[in-house]
Design a protein around this ligand. Structure first.
Ligand code: COA
Length: 347
């Protein structure tokens, strides 16, 4: 029978080997690059070490559940929570109940258990455990060029026709509009972002605490991706931010708006940030801007700024243990603020 306990530094080699067997060589290399940052340097990691559980059989590691601890605001009350990220069981030991034991261990030890962007097997596992699911995090796309609406599976003449027909619309939504408030690129989140969080964080049904410490770790110190951060200031106090990066994708060039934050009632502030990102996307010659966002208010502002709903498969699950919530709490993520900057989605 396997024994489950916390990760120790001497488990590093065994867990890396298991990772390679389960997820493949490339994913293992990528994970190694960000491992220390992701699991050890996060400011929310407890003094007892990384929040990772390991399943052992004698000297052999046959499973693990690695998680990212965060503070979570639930209707204004902050609790300890953790994103379940790298869960894996040795291929020859799968479908024998070990995954279930690992999930239960994680869940028992955190105030709220959160999952984002599940694989087929883990989605089934969470379903089996009756984990509340909010479904996919809505995705929205803003077309910036005629190429934005092309599909690789359409013949070129069809793509050209679609581009030509939609060109007037694309020009209309992507036109530059004036900005209000001062938006500038920053290299560090200062303490006024913590104050912004303290003012605004309680307005969400659920959101990960985005204070300066967390934001610097998540978006400035990440070793594997380079983000640009645009901040909105009013009277030298932070009023919001947007984190983005440009990427060449098989279907063209995209600006990925990975994370953003502001008072959801601050329409003017959010629109200023979105206009800044528009200009940056234009300067980078992007065909589109893509964003994932749960909050209904933010999605409304995105729609107003020229974004359209797109399909999404980034499933979001959560179970809150530390504070009581009514069953209706799990009915919709419209009041949550979850983006692609949460968990380990962007890597
Ligand atoms: C996800 C994982 C950790 C589950 O571990 P496990 O020990 O196989 O889990 P269990 O034996 O407790 O299985 C519980 C349920 O998970 C689901 N499940 C597990 N493996 C599955 C698979 N390959 N396909 C579909 N469903 C699967 C099933 O619902 C299963 O219940 P069932 O056996 O009664 O049908 C394991 O399958 C794994 O390592 N997968 C590859 C890595 C991965 O995708 N990790 C998740 C990253 S988000």
């Amino acid at each position: 029978m396997a024994e489950i306990d916390r990760y120790r530094s001497e488990d590093q080699r065994a867990t890396q080997l298991l990772y390679r067997r389960v997820f493949g060589q490339d994913a293992a290399e990528a994970s190694r690059l960000r491992w220390e940052w992701q699991y050890q340097r996060n400011p929310n990691v407890p003094t007892t070490g990384p929040l990772i559980w390991v399943a052992r059989e004698g000297q052999t590691v046959i499973g693990q559940y690695a998680t990212i601890p965060v503070r979570l605001s639930v209707n204004g009350q902050e609790i300890d929570a953790a994103w379940g990220t790298d869960v894996m069981v040795a291929p020859e030991r799968q479908r024998q109940g070990l995954g279930e034991v690992l999930v239960r261990t994680w869940e028992r030890n955190v105030g709220a258990a959160l999952g984002l962007g599940l694989s087929d097997s883990s989605s089934n596992l969470f379903k089996k455990l009756k984990f509340p699911s909010f479904g996919p995090v809505p995705c929205l796309v803003k077309p910036m060029s005629r190429r934005a609406l092309r599909r690789p599976n359409w013949p070129m003449p069809v793509n050209r026709l679609v581009s030509a027909l939609t060109y007037p619309l694309v020009r209309l939504v992507s036109r530059a509009r004036p900005m209000q408030g001062e938006v500038r690129v920053i290299r560090q989140f200062d303490e006024s972002f913590t104050r912004l969080w303290n003012r605004v964080g309680g307005k969400f049904a659920g959101a990960v605490r985005r204070d300066a410490k967390y934001l610097n770790w998540r978006f400035i110190q990440a070793p594997h991706v380079r983000y640009t951060v645009a901040a909105l200031y009013r009277d030298d106090e932070a009023a919001g931010y947007a984190v983005y990066r440009h990427a060449q994708e098989p279907r063209g060039r995209a600006t990925r708006l990975i994370d953003f934050f502001a008072d959801p009632h601050d329409d003017e502030g959010v629109l200023s940030l979105l206009r800044f990102v528009d200009r940056e996307a234009q300067a980078a010659d992007s065909d589109k801007i893509r964003v994932f966002a749960t909050h209904a208010g933010f999605r409304k502002q995105l729609r107003k700024s020229g974004y359209y709903p797109w399909r999404s498969s980034m499933e979001f699950v959560a179970r809150i243990n530390a504070v009581p919530v009514p069953a209706a709490f799990y009915a919709s993520a419209d009041g949550w603020h979850i983006t692609a900057g949460d968990s380990d989605q962007d890597h």
